[in-house]
Design a binder for this molecule. Structure first.
Ligand code: GNR
Ligand code: NI
Length: 167
């Protein structure tokens, strides 16, 4: 297993639209194990493949307290969603930034598991938010895209300053 490098905003590679997974062989199995290890190490509650520079439609999530319930969603699709709620979000690709985002409070999702078997999942609370956040990554979308333009400008200035400081 290996800890993978996580790309940081505003890296353009986070903006690509990921392509469907078609091969469920050993390379995919290794990638899933490495993504789980990377997520637990970070630590984060989710990780999408584009964050580790893999342009494919898969993500891992574990929202359990004791980090014992890994979930792997491959080629996920939101079939249905309802209500909306605001939750404070963070992202491993935008370290140190936490902002409220409005999303569906409930989702029904279809995905494939690591063997390629299709399944459906209903989620609310943090799991629902996390699934939507990770699926956004597959579309090249980041949670900061939902901020008002004023907040977004302030954030870009702050990050720019941090980067210049670190050069
Ligand atoms: O670790 C994470 N926490 C989190 C908190 C609220 C809403 C979404 C998330 S996902 C984030 C990990 C991450 O960046 N996944 O892409
Ligand atoms: Ni993220």
């Amino acid at each position: 297993m290996a800890i993978l490098h996580i790309l940081h905003y505003p890296d353009e590679r986070l903006r690509r639209k990921a392509v469907p997974v078609t091969s469920f062989g050993p390379p995919l199995q290794r990638l899933i194990s490495d993504m789980l290890e990377t997520m637990y190490d970070a630590p984060g509650v989710g990780l999408a493949a584009p964050q580790v520079d893999v342009d494919q439609r898969l993500l891992v999530i574990d929202i359990s307290e004791d980090r014992s319930r890994p979930l792997c969603l491959i080629n996920p699709e939101i079939l249905e969603c309802s209500d909306s709620e605001q939750m404070e979000e963070g992202c491993l690709s935008v370290p140190g930034v936490y902002e409220k985002v409005e999303r569906a409070a409930w989702v029904r999702v279809r995905a494939q598991d690591r063997d390629g078997t299709s399944f459906e999942l209903e989620a609310d609370g943090l799991l629902a938010v996390c699934i939507q956040h990770e699926i956004d990554h597959l579309e090249g979308k980041l949670f900061v895209d939902y901020l008002s333009s004023l907040k977004r400008k302030r954030l870009d200035k702050r990050l720019d300053k941090m980067r210049r400081h670190n050069m």
